[in-house]
Design a protein around this ligand. Structure first.
Ligand code: TEU
Length: 542
C-alpha cells in the first residue's frame, strides 16, 4: 500500500485514554502518559493509535459527552501536550486517529446551556432536538423512542419542551438538519486535521439524522426487550437514515484536501452488512468497524461466515474490511470466549486469525496482554451511565493497564503512586507488560511476533486485499471445526497458511508447511505435528 492508503492494511491500537498510562499521579491516564509509552507501541509493532475522547467533558460517559470539541480536558493535559504527543508519534512512524462525537454534545456544552436559557423555537434551541410533548399539556414525550442507556430518549425542561438524547440525558442530540451544526463540525474536523491527525473515528456515525416527523417505533422495553434490539430486524427511525450520507459526502472532500492520507472510520450499526457498506466508498468514509467479527461465537462456522461476508462486501465497496475483537464498550474477548484458561487460549488463537486476514485490524489496549474482563468491580465504583438503568457493565474492560510491579495499580502511574480511577485486580502482576516482556510463552510476545511477521512476510505485506477480489485468501479444505486459509503475494510466491482449531481434538498439520508461529506449542509426541484444541498456527508453504 502507498502512504496515502496506509489505513487499508494498518493495525490500529485503541487507547482508552483514562486507563492507558498516568503521567502525573492523579490516578487518571493522560496525554503525557501516552507520549511516554509511544516506544512501547512502536515496539509492539502497530501502525496507528486511536485515542478515545480527551476533549473537555464532565465525564458522564467517559468523555463521550463533549463540552468543548476544540480543547483537551484538564485531567488529560492540554493542547500543548497533544501537539507534543502527535509530533513524537509521527517521529516514531505512528499515525494518530482521534474520536469525533457528532451525534450529541454534553449538556455542559455552551450551545446547550444557551439553548436551555433561550425560548422554544429560538435559533439556540434549533441546534438540538427540542420538541413539544404529547398529551393535553405536553406532559408526554414527543414519541416512544428509548435511550440506548435505558429509559425514555426524551427529557423535559422547565418550560415544558422536551429534548432528545439517544444516550444519557447529559448527552443531548444535535440537530443535523441545521446547517449551523454541519458547519461547526466541519470546522472541528479542520481544527484537528490542522494539528496533524491522520484520521477520525466517528462515534454513532449512523445516528445523526432522525426520520422526518419523528415517528414512533411502536415497541418499547415494556413489551419485552429494549427497543435497540430491533436493530437487525428492521430499521429504527433514529438510525441509518439515508440523509446521513450527505454529511459524509461533505466531510470526504475536507479529508481529501489534506495531504498524507487522512481517513475516517465509522462506528455504525446497521441492519445488514449491505447497509453498513453504504458508509464506505471514495465519496464517503474509508472504513466501518466490522462488529460481526467481534460478535462471532467460538466456532469454525461462525467465523467462516463472518469472514466470507466481510470479504464479499469489501469487494463491492472497494476497500478492505476491518477486524475487531474488543473495544471499550464490550466485555473483553478473553472472557467472552470462555471461563478460565480456555478463554485466553481462544483469544490467542483469535489474534493469529485476525492478524492473518487481509484488511485493517483494530486492537483494544490490553488485549495484547491477554487481559480478562474485570467482572467483580464493586457497584459503587462503576462509572458507566448505562449501568444503573440497563445493568450494562462497560467498566470491566476499562480498568487501567498493568505495566509493572507486584501490586495494583502495577505502574499505571509514576513510581510509588497507588491511585487509579478503577482498581486493578490483585491477580494481575503476571499480566503486566514487564512480567510478559521476554517470555516467549506470553501473550504480549505472541502479539509482538505476529505483528513482526505481518510487517515482513510478503504474503501479508503484498498479498492481494479484498478490494481486488475475494481471492485475497484461499480456504483450504480440512476437518470440520478447523479453519485454514492461505495467502500469497503472487500465485508462485511462498504462501502463509493460517490454521485455527475450533474443535475438541488435536488436528494434523503436517501438510501445511513450516511452522512460523503458534498460539500454543504443537504436540509432536505422536511423531506428527498436531495443533492442539483452541489454538492457531501460521505456516509458510514454499
Ligand atoms: O457507542 C455507541 C453504542 O451504540 C454503544 O453504546 C453500544 O450500543 C453499547 O455500548 C452496548 O454495547 C459509542 C461509544 O463507543 C460509547 O462508548 C458511547 O457511550 C456512545 O457511543 C455514546 O457516545
Amino acid at each position: 500500500t502507498t502512504d496515502v492508503d496506509w489505513w487499508r492494511s494498518a493495525v490500529v491500537y485503541q487507547v482508552y485514554v483514562r486507563s492507558f498510562a498516568d503521567s502525573n499521579g492523579d490516578g487518571v491516564g493522560d496525554l503525557r502518559g501516552i507520549r511516554e509509552r509511544l516506544p512501547y507501541l512502536r515496539d509492539l509493532g502497530v501502525d496507528a493509535l486511536w485515542l478515545t475522547p480527551f476533549y473537555r467533558s464532565p465525564m458522564i460517559d467517559g468523555g463521550y459527552d463533549v463540552a468543548d470539541y476544540r480543547d483537551v480536558d484538564p485531567i488529560f493535559g492540554n493542547l500543548a501536550d497533544f501537539d507534543e504527543m502527535i509530533t513524537e508519534a509521527h517521529a516514531l512512524g505512528l499515525r494518530l486517529i482521534v474520536d469525533v462525537v457528532p451525534n450529541h454534545s454534553s449538556d455542559a456544552h455552551p450551545w446547550f446551556v444557551e439553548a436551555l436559557a433561550a425560548a422554544p423555537g429560538s435559533a439556540e434551541r434549533e441546534r438540538y432536538m427540542f420538541h413539544d410533548g404529547k398529551g393535553d399539556n405536553g406532559e408526554l414525550p414527543p414519541n416512544d423512542w428509548e435511550s440506548i442507556f435505558g429509559g425514555p430518549a426524551w427529557t423535559r425542561v422547565p418550560d415544558g419542551q422536551w429534548y432528545l438524547h439517544l444516550f444519557d440525558p447529559a448527552q443531548p442530540d444535535l440537530n443535523w438538519r441545521n446547517p449551523e451544526v454541519r458547519a461547526e463540525f466541519e470546522d472541528v474536523l479542520r481544527f484537528w486535521l490542522d494539528r496533524g491527525v491522520d484520521g477520525f473515528r466517528i462515534d454513532v456515525a449512523h445516528g445523526m439524522i432522525k426520520q422526518e416527523g419523528l415517528p414512533d417505533v411502536g415497541r418499547t422495553s415494556a413489551d419485552g426487550s429494549p427497543q435497540i434490539e430491533l436493530l437487525g430486524r428492521g430499521r429504527l427511525p433514529y438510525f441509518d437514515q439515508d440523509e446521513v450520507h450527505d454529511i459524509y459526502r461533505a466531510w470526504r472532500p475536507i479529508l481529501d484536501s489534506y495531504p498524507g492520507g487522512r481517513m475516517a472510520v465509522a462506528e455504525a450499526w446497521a441492519e445488514t452488512p449491505q447497509r453498513l457498506a453504504r458508509y464506505i466508498g471514495p465519496d464517503e468514509l474509508h472504513q466501518a468497524f466490522n462488529f460481526d467479527f467481534l460478535d462471532a461465537t467460538w466456532s469454525a462456522d461462525s467465523f467462516h461466515k463472518v469472514i466470507d461476508t466481510a470479504l464479499a462486501e469489501s469487494t463491492i465497496v472497494g476497500a478492505p474490511t476491518t477486524w475487531v475483537l474488543s473495544n471499550h464498550d464490550k466485555h473483553r474477548h478473553v472472557t467472552r470466549y470462555g471461563d478460565g484458561p480456555v478463554g485466553l487460549r481462544r483469544a490467542r488463537a483469535a489474534a493469529l486469525l485476525m492478524l492473518a486476514l487481509p484488511g485493517c485490524a483494530y486492537l483494544y489496549q490490553g488485549e495484547e496482554l491477554g487481559l480478562p474482563e474485570v467482572l467483580d468491580l464493586p457497584d459503587e465504583l462503576r462509572q458507566d451511565p448505562a449501568f444503573l438503568r440497563t445493568g450494562q457493565t462497560r467498566d470491566g474492560c476499562r480498568v487501567p493497564l498493568p505495566w509493572s510491579g507486584e501490586l495494583p495499580p502495577y505502574g499505571f502511574g509514576p513510581a510509588g503512586c497507588e491511585l487509579s480511577w478503577l482498581p486493578a485486580p490483585t491477580t494481575w502482576a503476571n499480566l503486566s507488560v514487564a512480567a510478559q516482556t521476554g517470555d516467549p510463552a506470553s501473550t504480549l510476545e505472541l502479539y509482538r511476533a505476529a505483528l513482526r511477521i505481518r510487517r515482513s512476510h510478503p504474503a501479508l505485506v503484498d498479498g492481494p486485499t479484498t478490494d481486488t477480489g475475494t481471492d485475497a485468501l484461499a480456504w483450504l479444505t480440512t476437518e470440520p471445526e478447523v479453519l485454514a486459509f492461505s495467502r500469497a503475494a503472487t500465485p508462485d510466491a511462498p504462501a502463509l497458511v493460517c490454521v485455527v482449531n475450533f474443535g475438541d481434538a488435536p488436528v494434523r498439520v503436517a501438510d501445511h508447511g513450516n511452522l512460523i508461529l503458534a498460539s500454543e506449542p504443537l504436540d509432536e509426541s505422536s511423531g506428527q505435528p498436531m495443533l492442539p484444541v483452541d489454538a492457531a498456527a501460521w505456516f509458510e508453504r514454499p
